[in-house]
Design a protein around this ligand. Structure first.
Ligand code: PRX
Length: 645
């Protein structure tokens, strides 16, 4: 796809407050030239208990310190609920659509207020107070939203763990956060199948003795084990709780949540977001990039276990008084028309999903789409990985019938909200490009030495200055925060992504340049999968890389060296896949495992991943220089037996 295919704003896309290209440029320039003035104004998008007088106080050098609106006082739950009660108490805040198409629920802002206040009182009675960490391990049910907002109401820090993670992964996250309360459900339901959340939690909690309360939501009524000294039914606890719980006044820089995400090395990092800047940024980006208008139904298909669910199912939309749809199911259950049926059923105007879902649905042809009207759709969004032009075009032509602009939104767990995206109505789009930076965001492209590259170019993507939604630290590990994001290119935030800027100044994200892979929109560290593999008694060594995958974007390719004397068999291959599923979760299952008698290493013993990536991608013709390897012959053997042909 050449840079020349430019898609102007579709003529039918009427934006009430849509700005044009010139206005975007003007506002953008002001936002980066006068950040204090710009953000002082935008900070008013939320209600402050005590207004801020300071706006930006950030420093990307030395010890790195990031503070926004630091003397302001607010509460995120009050902003997402209470402030809407007078004007839209009876408006639907959350539409819940069950896995089973016969199940859905509408929750008004008033009901949300009641549910959240009661739960906050239950937590309070269990000893939870400002600053405590609460781990949430729930499926996509309204209680997940209630739980996050109840924590925010008390000033407790929530740590949501994706329901697809294994007991081991849950242990690591509970221990790192030192939570004493866990909120889970008996089982989850996805695509007609049950997910044994409570059973997983029971296994995990054997290693977490400090957890003294487990609140259990009854979702399916399935059989579960019960420890009366610790387990409490959610519905029973709420039955007697008061619905009066005043929101805790929080400093702008008091933590709102921790969310664990994978990096190139070591254990997942506890990304810490604080209250004021995060909420301002989530609300503003949601309003501007999704062009949200009163009364519309907005649907983001992410799971609340990921940052997209935090910012764009929950905090952004609810801060704006929107109606946000929460979907328990999967795109292809009962069949491949499900997304579009949900759009028709609830008259969704704005639909935000991941390229992997679009690619999977593309494979099913047009018939599922033809069974639905999708007339209510006005705007489409994409997030999580680069969208290939074919998928973009299919999304545009068939899902949106050529009528809806697409916002390809680039951002990260660390950034809190969208950093690069078209503003719909303001900018012509190009399939595969996230286009231009949002207000206040200063992208820079640097070469390997950190030299800033100008004009049309390609290199590593950094951000030159802070924005309010930026993460503040890694929970309890500030040195790792500084090292991970600010040491490679001093005084700049390094994103870990590669990026190209074209002659029109459009940004094209080319994917991760570190050892993080993006599998079906899920971010995974290759190091985590390797350490899961080597924990198996028959594995001596493992190296994991990503390779191009038609639907998932990237697949997981593992090179495994077995212990001396162990026979590589088909059975062992299956066992290792099952092992990784158990250790981390189904999302980390290797797609391909190649037995590797040896791995390509430098003379100092470092694995040459560049070579392994090429072989996995079936690009062995362009291996580059292999003369520095300790044993160049290893490579021939690996090429000979490669799995991806
Ligand atoms: O590589 C980029 C990719 O996803 C990474 C961030 O993953 P995570 O923290 O899990 O957050 C995902 C949802 C925000 C980025 O470093 N990524 C995300 N959005 C895009 C993208 N790559 C290309 N285009 C996007 N729109």
């Amino acid at each position: 796809m050449s840079d020349q295919s430019l898609f102007p704003v579709p003529p039918g896309f009427a934006g009430s407050k849509t700005i044009d290209a010139a206005a975007y440029e003007r506002l953008y320039r002001r936002s980066v030239e006068e950040p204090d003035a710009f953000w002082a104004e935008q900070g008013k998008i939320v209600d402050w208990i005590k207004p801020f007088t300071k706006v930006k106080n950030t420093q990307f050098t030395g010890d790195v310190s990031i503070k926004w609106f630091e003397d302001g006082v607010l509460n995120a739950s009050a902003n997402c609920i209470d402030r809407h009660l007078a004007t839209r108490g009876d408006q639907t805040a959350i539409i819940w659509e069950g896995d089973d198409p016969a199940q859905s629920r509408h929750i008004t802002y008033r009901e949300l207020h009641e549910q959240v206040s009661k739960l906050a009182n239950v937590l309070k009675a269990r000893g939870v107070k400002k600053g405590d960490r609460v781990t949430i391990y729930l499926p996509m049910i309204p209680e997940a939203a209630f739980a996050m907002l109840a924590c925010a109401r008390l000033g407790a820090i929530h740590s949501v763990v994706f329901g697809g993670f294994s007991p081991d992964s849950l242990v690591g996250r509970i221990q790192d956060a030192s939570s004493t309360v866990l909120i889970t459900a008996d089982e989850g339901v996805r695509g007609g199948r049950k997910v044994p959340l409570k059973a997983n939690a029971d296994v995990a909690l054997k290693s977490c003795p400090e957890v003294s309360t487990v609140l259990v939501v009854r979702r399916t009524g399935g059989q579960i084990a019960w420890d009366a000294s610790r387990d409490v039914w959610y519905h029973e606890a709420l039955a007697t709780a008061s619905a009066d719980c005043p929101p805790e006044p929080m400093g702008a820089e008091d933590p709102l949540f921790i969310l664990y995400t994978s990096g190139s090395t070591g254990k997942p990092k506890g990304v810490l977001h604080t209250t004021g800047g995060y909420l301002v940024y989530a609300a503003l980006t949601h309003r501007e990039i999704f062009d949200y208008r009163d009364g519309e139904v907005y649907w983001c298909t992410a799971d609340v276990g990921w940052v997209t669910g935090h910012s764009y199912i929950l905090y952004g939309p609810l801060a704006n008084g929107a109606t946000t749809l929460m979907f328990e199911g999967v795109p292809n259950y009962p069949d491949a028309a499900r997304f579009w049926q949900v759009v028709d059923k609830h008259k969704v105007s704005i639909f935000y999903t991941a390229p992997t879902a679009i690619r999977a649905l593309m494979r099913e042809g047009l018939e599922p789409l033809e069974r639905t009207s999708r007339q209510s759709l006005r705007l489409l969004g994409s997030v999580g990985e680069p969208i290939n032009p074919e998928a973009w075009l299919w999304y545009h032509e068939h899902v949106g019938a050529g009528r809806c602009p697409i916002v390809d939104t680039w951002w990260q767990t660390e950034t809190g909200g969208i950093l690069i995206s078209p503003l719909p109505g303001a900018i012509s789009t190009k399939p595969g490009s996230a286009t231009k930076p949002f207000f206040g965001v200063k992208p820079v492209i640097v070469d390997a030495e950190g030299k800033e590259l100008t004009g049309a170019t390609e290199g590593n993507l950094c951000i030159a200055d802070s924005w309010p939604g930026q993460m503040r630290t890694i929970f309890r590990d500030h040195p790792r925060f500084v090292e991970t994001y600010f040491s490679m290119y001093p005084a700049r935030y390094f994103t870990g992504d590669g990026c190209r800027r074209d002659e029109d100044g459009y940004y094209w994200i080319t994917g991760r340049v570190d050892d993080v892979i993006n599998v079906a929109g899920h971010r995974l560290g290759t190091a985590e999968i390797e350490s899961a593999l080597v924990a198996h008694e028959m594995v001596a060594e493992a190296a994991v890389v990503g390779y191009p995958h038609d639907v998932k974007g990237q697949g997981i390719y593992a090179y495994v060296t077995l212990m001396t004397g162990v026979e590589p068999t088909e059975e062992l291959r299956k066992e290792l896949v099952a092992w990784v599923r158990r250790e981390i979760g189904p999302i980390a299952s290797p797609d391909l495992i190649q037995w590797a008698p040896g791995l390509p290493k430098t003379r100092s013993g470092k694995i040459m991943r560049r070579i392994l990536r090429k072989i996995a991608a079936n690009e062995q013709g362009s291996l580059g220089d292999t003369s520095t390897l300790a044993d160049p012959a290893v490579v021939d053997g690996l090429i000979e037996n490669r799995m991806n042909r």
